[in-house]
Write a protein that binds this ligand. Sequence first.
Ligand code: ADP
Length: 482
Amino acid sequence: MPRLRFGLQIRLILGFAAVLALSMAAAAVCTGFAAHSEVSRIQVEQDRVRAGRIHAALADYYDNNGGWHGAQDFVNRTGFQSEREIVVLDADGNVVADNRPIRRRHDDRGHRALFNPGIPRGPLPPSEYFVPISSGDQQVGSVAIAAGRRGHPEYIFPDSHPDEPHDLEPPLTQFTERVTKTLILAGLVAGVVGILLVLLFSRRMLGSIGNLTSAARRLGGGDLSSRATVRGNDEVAELGHAFNNMADALENSERQRRTMVADVAHELRTPLANIQGHVEAMQDGLMQPNADNLSAVHQQTLHLNHLVSDLRLLAETEASELSLEMEPTSIEDVVSDAVASFRPRADAASVQLTTVIDDTLPVVEVDRYRIRQALGNLLDNAIRHTPSGGNVTVSAQRHDAGVRIEVADTGPGISPEDLPHVFDRLYRVDPSRDRSTGGSGLGLTITRQLVEAHGGAVWAESEVGSGSRFGFDLPARHPSAS
Ligand code: ADP
């Protein structure tokens, strides 16, 4: 079977990959967004709490020292510990402490100046960033606190209740909790998105399978004309084609079975009617049960017997129940044997029976008895159809690695319209004549079945007025034996 470009496997792989990628992307975007906003929120809160503590520590400093004397050292230390830029003004707005670095363009050494009080600072931060520091009821100064992030100050407003010691920094557990929650939510969203995508991808496929299932149900219910509608060229479509082929074969075999039953009934009726006619005539005293009349009845029973055993053999070969006893066989022996047994009939019919056998015939592995039977059917036909004074020639020759056996006669021949059908079951060229000469209409069908059971093939050639050639080719060994 040629590889399908967009087979089911590739579509499933692509579909699952797309669903997985989309779900992962959705989860990653949601989680990243949540983590980023949570980190910012925690940072802002941490900044405010820490700034609140610095603010409270400055108020304590003022209280403990009774003024801002030495505040620069305190601010340097505190600023160093907390990594903050701190500017403290007294009540009159004069700078009493400032640990800001000197910022120079293209120079990262500004960080070192952070702790160098001797170096003049830049302009003061805008007044709105200053938060008052109180001692008792009195305002004793103000402070501006900034985080020196990314080279420029970000001013922070201290927590509104800096004095409360239990004002703790927001715990990081909150972060993991929130991220976990978002991850679960993102997982759920991704799951729903995945389900929707799978539903979308599988809709067409399920439609085809549903169509196939209902066609199979109708077929199972006895509607042999039921067929699946096939769309596309994927594996499901392949399955649909295979189903339709199977349904064709089933319908065909059912039709053949019905024809066969009708044909067999017809074949049995003629001899049975003859026997019935003879027996009733004898019962009514219209016919004497003498030797001649009894012989006529006997002939009909023999014909019936022949017909029934042919039918049984045919049923066995068609059901592949025929067991073949394969053995290395000399075809020369088989041909000689068959010819010898038909010679009395040929002599009685004044038909010249000759044999031509190749010297270099290979030994073939066949069921000797069945091949003899297949050849016998051809010989029987040939002698039956050859008028007295005619010839029947049996020849055997090498063909590929196997053998070809042929029976040629000088009979009336078969018309081109009939020739393709002569191997069909119960087919007769001239029904009334063939029946009267004892033909069952099954001989050639049986020959074909027996030869095909050996892995061989039958053939026929004929010319009206000149004669016919029937034959079959056999492989050296049965193909399934290799
Ligand atoms: P039957 O047993 O009735 O002969 P077969 O299956 O052997 O049935 O043959 C099928 C038909 O082929 C027969 O009706 C017969 O007329 C025709 N036929 C077979 N062999 C020959 C032959 N050698 N020459 C002419 N007709 C033949």
